[in-house]
Design a protein around this ligand. Structure first.
Ligand SMILES: Nc1nc2c(ncn2[C@@H]2O[C@H](COP(=O)(O)OP(=O)(O)O)[C@@H](O)[C@H]2O)c(=O)[nH]1
Ligand SMILES: [Mg+2]
Length: 227
């Protein structure tokens, strides 16, 4: 049982780890993206980079189990300069690296800030796991949980800490709903019932500006962080 989930209910100003760097400067806001394999975390990270990079100084840390594939995808897509994309290889248990032993990820975010800083924002993508993977509040200040309509429209109803406690729940791939027989209205209602005080966004990255609502949410968090 992981009791640190309770902190997820804190408001936008909630801060996990120390908000300052050793030199006293404010460190970057860190936002984690978790959720099942294939739900669209890397695609959401790529889309956020494209939308935010002109006016936000940002970097990305990816977590993969045995490879650097997500980082390599982002490098090939050239969503950011290469020095702003770092990869952590987590080994067998991807949620351990974002929840229990966060040292490799902390080192990666700190190295990015040392090497390319000052940064406003660092996105940390989890290795992708199941419905229970959540981030330690010592690693990220806020977390987004990404599920998709193709994974089954009963996922919001089934709950789990990602669905119920993440600061933002994203239901991705709404464009696929007609093909997989998922009922979007029911998914949205179930998601809202699971997290009555926390936001839910349905998106399709196949649409133009599909990531727009999530980008707005990130900008609001950034505004609260720098205020
Ligand atoms: N149709 C559709 N496909 C998507 C969408 N978002 C992501 N994908 C695709 O879903 C697959 C898995 O996405 P990815 O971002 O790698 O998932 P991750 O494992 O959560 O990082 C890729 O082929 C993406 O192009 C979406 O909104 N609609
Ligand atoms: Mg990925």
């Amino acid at each position: 049982m992981h009791l640190d989930h309770a902190a997820s209910h804190d408001g936008p100003a909630a801060v996990g780890a120390d908000a300052h760097r050793p030199d006293g400067a404010r460190r970057a806001l860190r936002i984690g993206l978790g959720g099942p394999v294939g739900s669209g975390k890397t695609a959401t990270v790529a889309a956020l980079c494209r939308v935010l990079r002109d006016d936000v100084s940002l970097a990305v840390v990816t977590n993969d189990i045995y490879t650097r594939e997500d980082a390599e995808f982002l490098l090939r897509a050239a969503v950011l300069p290469p020095e702003r994309i770092a990869a952590v290889e987590t080994g067998a248990c991807p949620h351990t690296a974002i929840r229990d032993d966060i040292s490799a990820n902390l080192e990666a975010v700190e190295d990015l800030e040392d090497q390319v800083g000052p940064l406003d924002l660092i996105l940390v993508e989890s290795g992708g796991d199941n419905l229970t993977a959540t981030f330690s509040r010592g690693l990220v200040d806020a977390q987004i949980f990404v599920i998709d309509v193709a994974g089954g429209d009963d996922i919001p109803r089934k709950g789990g800490p990602g669905v119920t406690t993440a600061d933002l729940l994203v239901v991705n791939k709404t464009d696929l709903a007609p093909y997989v027989g998922s009922d979007l209205t029911r998914m949205a209602a179930d998601a809202r019932a699971q997290r009555p005080r926390l936001p839910v966004i349905l998106q399709s990255l196949r649409e133009e500006d599909g990531v727009g609502a999530v980008a707005d949410w990130v900008r609001a968090r950034l505004a609260a962080w720098t205020a």
